[in-house]
Design a protein around this ligand. Structure first.
Ligand SMILES: NC(=O)C1=CN([C@@H]2O[C@H](COP(=O)(O)OP(=O)(O)OC[C@H]3O[C@@H](n4cnc5c(N)ncnc54)[C@H](O)[C@@H]3O)[C@@H](O)[C@H]2O)C=CC1
Ligand SMILES: CC(=O)C(=O)O
Ligand SMILES: [Mg+2]
Length: 668
């Protein structure tokens, strides 16, 4: 449906003065200064209005008269025309292999992006449910794999070891003076596809498109975003070995310094770095720069609310997007300063700040899922401490999830007793007997005596572990497609839970540990299922449906977990995950925060509301309270500090970017 872009002008004067992007929210967009004329404008996707969209007066002003056919086509008509072509493509490709259809859809969208960014983001925002699987997982994985062949126009920036010593100057090759969001990858672990080198650029592009669609980050106002590739090795990149050790880190140091020097306010999201660098770079930079790692980061929150889909409570009901569960925790401080958490109550349906601990990216998605499972089992939340959870994959994502779950249990029990978590990597079950266990995985290595008591040993394979542990939850973050085999899934029927859960979180679809259909067929109909890439719901016969939840950080890196979406921009569960984290980005950006603090992430978690701006405003206010907000543009820290909650929401809302054609005014 066509979404009205014009918004109410009835805002308080003192709020209006804070707003920098009034064009996005007033019925008459603010003019946009352009330094080009004539054909140059038509070839610039940011200024181009699909050619025929330029009004006659503008054609005169910009030297376009005679370069275009006479008729002026409105934005709405252009939108409908594009959607007609898209629907024709869908019709014409019906029955062809999925990969071919998905790539054809990606191409038509990408071509639109290359011609006209405003219309591209308009169609993306209005059709996010259908387009998210094209511009993001799973299609983005296929795009990355084929990027050398699909490459037409560059997006993003590229850095390699050959640029050492030059980065601070190179940064100025980026045409826009201001950059708000940066997604940075070294391409070394793209989804579950491994090292794709320079072709991994598709991931930052997809993530940033999500930022624009879900959080209203302006894609161009100074081209605030920016994609970076490091150390490339494929067709389009250098055919050289990857850097290691000091050599590697010195290049990333230089790049971070260069980025910070030109855009000190930009927020940098690290994405899809291989395990060994993901943790190290997070440790190294998180207190120095405004950055986070979407794939692993776990933050400690004293309180937040966790979204749990209503459907988890009432199985086989249609999706609802407005249910949150709150946990009230009492925080007790001991004389030594340590904290203990007591669960006071657990409710659903409202959203008051209260509880819990960590949320952000992948770990947050998983936490909400794990808690939802407890609820689905009809148990009190405090029973989470008794959940037997088997995590397959001891990499950055699996360890991020386990860390978070571990913190949850410790806080619930007030003890550091070992929870019933089992960690499996490519060499099988990890126990304390293992000689070379990574320090990050060591806390989850099981005592040998404990596993022997249930008939397991160091290195037991997945099937054995599932058979002997009878887990409540099986989580896949291994990147190995199909590793949850028929036997493993059947073994889950003997789970100690009447409603076992399986999360096949690896991406893209082919790398998922199992399909939704196989999961319901082999593990049983009472299963709770979540996957990193979308699967359709499963028809179980007799009118029953096996519902599929999407568990992907794209939703928390904006949003939450299994599903969500709602918010301002449209409603589909894919968007939900997208929304949460992008809100963090938005709030951090507008507060001008020096760093992305736990408190800011916490504030985001507390305010997952049905309006995108609420979360962004909460992050902003948290940045003010933590005294890391330095202001942005004309809005200084004092003005931020004096904003009421409502004003902060208004400020964030009015600074979101909406795709509209602005009148263009030429300036030399
Ligand atoms: N759904 C989501 O939001 C997210 C999903 N992921 C997915 O998680 C997967 C893993 O990502 P990372 O942890 O960053 O990768 P990683 O490379 O750091 O870790 C992979 C882990 O899987 C283990 N593994 C490999 N083969 C195995 C086998 N046959 N059996 C058991 N374990 C095996 C490895 O030993 C390693 O511990 C990827 O497919 C990625 O797409 C990652 C982040 C977020
Ligand atoms: C979803 C995501 O970030 C990943 O698979 O790496
Ligand atoms: Mg990732």
């Amino acid at each position: 449906m066509w979404r009205t872009v014009a918004r109410s002008a009835a805002v308080a004067i003192n709020v209006r003065r804070f707003c920098m992007a009034a064009s996005s929210t007033c019925s008459i967009p603010r003019p946009c200064i352009v330094h080009k004329r004539g054909a140059d404008i038509l070839h610039d996707p940011w200024f181009n209005k699909q050619d025929t969209g330029f009004p006659l007066t503008e054609r005169d002003r910009l030297g376009l008269r005679g370069l275009l056919p006479h008729r002026v086509i409105s934005f709405e008509q252009q939108y409908e025309r594009f959607m007609d072509s898209y629907r024709s493509l869908e019709k014409n490709t019906a029955g062809q292999p999925d990969n071919i259809v998905s790539l054809a859809k990606w191409r038509i969208l990408n071509r639109l992006h290359d011609r006209n960014e405003t219309l591209y983001y308009k169609v993306l925002i209005d059709n996010i449910k259908d387009f998210a699987p094209i511009i993001y997982t799973p299609t983005v994985g296929l795009v990355c794999q084929n990027y050398s062949g699909l490459f037409r126009r560059p997006r993003g920036m590229y850095f390699s070891a050959k640029d050492k010593g030059e980065m601070k100057s190179m940064i100025y090759n980026w045409p826009a003076p201001e950059v708000d969001m940066i997604v940075l990858t070294d391409g070394s672990r793209i989804l579950g596809l491994g090292d794709l080198g320079v072709q991994g650029i598709g991931i930052p592009i997809g993530k940033l498109d999500m930022y624009v669609a879900a959080a209203g980050i302006n894609p161009q106002r100074a081209a605030q975003y920016y994609h970076v590739m490091l150390f490339t090795s494929t067709d389009l990149g250098l055919r050289e070995r990857r850097l290691e050790g000091e050599e590697y880190i010195s290049i990333v140091d230089e790049l971070m310094e260069a980025l910070h020097a030109r855009w000190p306010k930009a927020i940098i999201q690290f994405e899809d770095f291989q395990f060994k660098w993901a943790f190290e770079t997070l440790q190294r930079y998180r207190k120095k720069y405004c950055m986070f790692n979407d794939d692993i980061q776990v933050s400690n929150y004293l309180s937040c609310s966790v979204f749990i889909p209503e459907r988890i409570k009432c199985h086989f009901r249609p999706l609802r997007f407005d249910q949150f569960c709150d946990f009230r925790l009492k925080v007790c401080f001991s004389a030594s300063g340590s904290k203990r958490f007591e669960i006071l109550s657990f409710s659903s349906g409202s959203l008051t700040p209260s509880i819990f601990l960590s949320i952000s990216g992948t770990a947050g998605v998983a936490l909400a899922g794990l808690l939802g499972v407890v609820r689905a089992q009809g148990r009190p939340l405090s029973d989470f401490v008794n959940q037997k959870i088997v995590v397959v994959g001891a990499g950055s994502a699996g360890l991020g999830v386990l860390n978070m779950a571990y913190q949850a249990v410790s806080r619930m029990t007030g003890s550091t007793a070992s929870p019933q978590f089992y960690l499996i990597d490519k060499d099988g079950l990890i126990t304390k007997e293992r000689s070379r266990v990574d320090p990050a995985a060591a806390p989850f290595a099981k005592p040998v005596g404990e596993v022997q008591s249930i008939g397991l040993r160091e290195g037991s394979d997945l099937l054995e572990v599932v058979k002997k542990v009878k887990p409540h939850v099986l989580v896949g973050l291994s990147g190995v497609g199909g590793i949850f085999t028929e036997q493993v899934l059947k073994a889950m029927r003997d789970s100690d839970s009447p409603k076992p859960a399986i999360f096949a979180m690896s991406n893209p679809t082919d790398n998922a540990e199992c399909t939704a259909a196989d999961a319901f067929m082999h593990a049983g109909e009472t299963l709770f299922f979540g996957s990193g890439s979308p699967f359709p719901n499963v028809d179980l016969g007799n009118g029953k449906v096996g519902y599929v939840n999407q568990a992907n950080n794209m939703y928390l890196f904006p949003g939450c977990v299994f599903i969500l979406c709602y918010l301002l921009l449209l409603i589909c569960y894919i968007l939900f995950n997208i929304i949460f984290l992008t809100r963090i980005g938005l709030g951090a950006l507008l507060s001008g925060a020096r760093i992305v603090s736990d408190g800011m992430l916490q504030a985001a978690a507390e305010c997952i509301r049905s309006i995108t701006a609420e979360v962004g405003a909460a992050v902003l206010r948290a940045a003010v309270i933590e005294q890391v907000a330095e202001g942005r543009g004309e809005v200084g820290p004092k003005e931020l500090a004096h904003m009421s909650k409502e004003e902060a929401v208004e400020y964030v809302t009015r600074n979101m970017w909406y795709p509209v054609y602005s009148p263009l005014v030429h300036e030399k």
